[in-house]
Design a protein around this ligand. Structure first.
Ligand code: GLA
Length: 629
């Protein structure tokens, strides 16, 4: 620690930022590295090496308490040279007590370091923030090199997020029956049909359906509709659920044609919880929990196995499951037996991301095998296709997905096709044309505010590419117990961040794939996943993705048109302080008075003229529905 004498004779002390408690850095990927780059190398920017500082990944935030005793901040910042040709662009900001004190502008890999030198006299709280340069955060390895704070008294202290209490907003479902889930369902002619009516309310409950197409039948005790039929067209069925407390009716539009996934898939995937350690037992336990927790009564349907189930191929080239999955057919039967559906994972390359057997040159054989086993969903992950097409042009990017799509179309089973190639080549512009039911729009999500919020909010402007049968996918949910391994832990997202996560994913019509250990669902997590009015925004039959209507700094208002002529509106505060926000009818294309309903609380707020104002917590949301009076 160096000491310098200041003109006022106060004894100045200089602190390297790397000496603070960096566990409080919230960043988009990986963890902060003391005196190293994100990948653990010597910090290097534009050819210049630095011994001190810290490496992070955009979007990154470190909040520092200065106690009003700081004098100056200095640093050299930039994208670390370890990124090389892969790209990476970031923007650094220093924020003091809510005001921007310094900005680097967009910096790209290879750019020389920029020097920040900022007066801090009187500033109480300093935020070191790295943005994604406006183009997503892939390869955004950012360095705060030689970052120093000069103090006239005391020491700077890294701050954790302000404490938040866990507040359950979702009211308990009533005893009477309520039919939830999709109101429109697509099936291809002749494909095996399975649609389980999702209904909350006390059991026992009985079910009925009027005007079912010939070939389908409904089990009155389970509410499952099964069978098959060939007749293309729209069939309107009236579903009924009845218990000791009453009767609920709901119409279901069955559309027999070429398109499936007419609403975004709702389900679970093994990756964000168990990662490589997934087993048959985990998958069965997830299916059991989907039923026992009641999630199945709110529309949740798919149980998806991610990577690491494969066991090589037999002498005829047929894909085998590993010892961890001793009998795939028995597993799919088990899951279907509960009225749920089941998904599987592969890669178009020779290997998957976790280096298991991929589908390269075996696409038709694999599609046939998935159908024989009884799978209903395929996530198809680019990964080692890099070996086949190292710098793919547009056609090369599409090709492996076209090949698998043709293979899936050649089997008589409806298999939702999920592209996973992290948004390469603006996949949203062409994913639907080549048979994608959904496509990832970014890299892998993790359970930090930075990662979740960047993945979600970057869908602004992509609304025109989503619609029934083809959805943008900002990646799976990170609520509940996650861990990407056999060892799971609670999500690091704070409660308000979790409300933002679910609200945003619902507004975005994103597939909702729960990424947590389903055997460890706590009351709060369950409340996030069983709010029928919030889920109805995601499952709305119109299938219109929300648009960002207002962006003022860290405050954003998103609006989604709903089938009944109303609008779902999210008031999001991405900033660090609780803030009052105003949704103006003029911004939303509305006039006159509107009924406002708070969707999380399922509560009418009254009738409002011209605008609606609410105080929105740090990283939080107010989700409302506006309907004409
Ligand atoms: C990639 C995907 C993840 C997961 C892993 C499995 O990283 O983006 O969602 O499927 O591969 O290896």
């Amino acid at each position: 620690m160096a000491s310098i004498a200041a003109p006022c004779q106060a004894k100045m002390e200089t602190f390297g930022v790397e000496s603070l408690d960096l566990q409080y850095v919230d960043q988009g990927w990986g963890s902060p590295q003391t005196n190293k780059s994100l990948a653990g190398n010597t910090i290097a920017i534009g050819g210049q090496k630095f011994e001190h500082g810290f490496g992070t990944h955009a979007v990154s935030t470190l909040r520092i308490d200065l106690n009003g005793s700081a004098e100056r901040f200095t640093a050299a910042v930039g994208v670390d040279d370890e990124v090389g040709q892969k790209g990476g662009s970031v923007n650094f900001r220093l924020i003091g007590d809510g005001k921007i004190l310094w900005e680097s502008g967009v910096m790209r890999s290879g750019n020389p370091a920029k020097m920040a030198d900022v007066e801090l006299h009187g500033v109480k709280r300093l935020v070191l923030n790295v943005g994604d340069g406006g183009d997503g955060s892939s390869w955004d390895h950012a360095d705060w090199a030689d970052a120093k704070i000069v103090m006239s008294a005391g020491r700077p202290k890294a701050l954790g997020p302000p404490p938040e209490s866990v507040v359950v907003l979702t009211p308990k479902p009533s005893s009477g029956p309520r039919i939830n889930g999709a109101k429109i369902f697509g099936v291809r002619p002749g494909s095996p049909f399975l649609f389980a009516i999702s209904a909350s309310g006390n059991r026992p409950m009985t079910f009925a359906g009027d005007h079912l197409p010939d070939g389908l039948s409904l089990d009155p005790l389970t509410g499952r509709i099964t069978g098959k039929f060939e007749k293309k067209g729209v069939h309107i069925v009236t579903l009924t659920a009845k218990n000791a407390f009453g009767t609920a009716k709901q119409s279901l539009k069955i559309v027999c044609g070429d398109t499936i996934a007419l609403t975004p898939p709702l389900g679970w995937n093994s990756w964000n919880c168990f990662g490589r350690d997934v087993t048959d037992a985990n998958v069965r336990a997830a299916a059991d929990a989907m039923v026992a927790s009641g999630l199945i009564d709110h529309g949740w349907t798919y149980i998806n196995i991610d990577d690491c189930w494969q066991g090589g191929r037999d002498t005829n080239g047929n894909i085998l499951s590993s010892d961890k999955f001793p009998d795939m057919k028995a597993l799919t039967d088990y899951v279907h037996g509960k009225g749920l559906k089941i998904g599987i994972y592969s890669s178009p390359g020779p290997q998957t991301c976790a280096h298991y057997e991929g589908s390269h040159h075996h696409e038709e054989q694999d599609a046939r095998r998935y159908a024989e086993w009884g799978f209903d969903y395929l996530k198809y992950d680019w990964c080692s296709y890099d070996q086949i097409a190292p710098s793919p042009d547009h056609d090369q990017m599409m090709k492996p997905y076209q090949v698998m799509c043709a293979a899936l179309n050649s089997v008589q089973r409806d298999i939702v096709f999920s592209f996973c190639q992290y948004g390469m080549g603006n996949v949203w512009e062409w994913g639907a044309q080549i048979g994608g039911n959904c496509w990832r729009t970014s890299g892998d999500i993790t359970d930090t505010w930075a990662s979740m919020s960047v993945n979600g909010f970057r869908l602004a402007g992509l609304e025109k590419f989503a619609g029934p049968g083809h959805w943008n996918d900002p990646d799976m949910l990170v609520v509940g117990y996650v861990g990407w391994s056999a060892k799971v832990r609670p999500t690091r997202l704070l409660p308000n961040e979790q409300y933002t996560h679910i609200s945003l994913w619902c507004l975005l019509c994103s597939p909702l794939l729960i990424g947590c250990d389903m055997t460890k669902l706590d009351e709060f997590t369950l409340s996030l996943l069983t709010n029928d009015e919030v889920l109805a925004v995601n499952q709305d039959p119109l299938g219109r993705q929300a648009m960002r209507i207002v962006k003022e700094g860290e405050l954003e208002i998103w609006a989604k048109d709903l089938e009944d002529g109303s609008k779902a509106i999210g008031l999001f505060n991405r900033g660090e302080e609780k803030t009052k926000m105003t949704a103006k009818w003029s911004d939303l294309g509305l006039t006159g008075s509107q009924k406002v309903r708070d969707l999380w609380r399922q509560k009418d707020m009254g009738t409002f003229n011209g605008k609606f104002q609410a105080s929105v917590p740090r990283h939080g949301v107010i989700l409302i529905k506006l309907s004409p009076r």
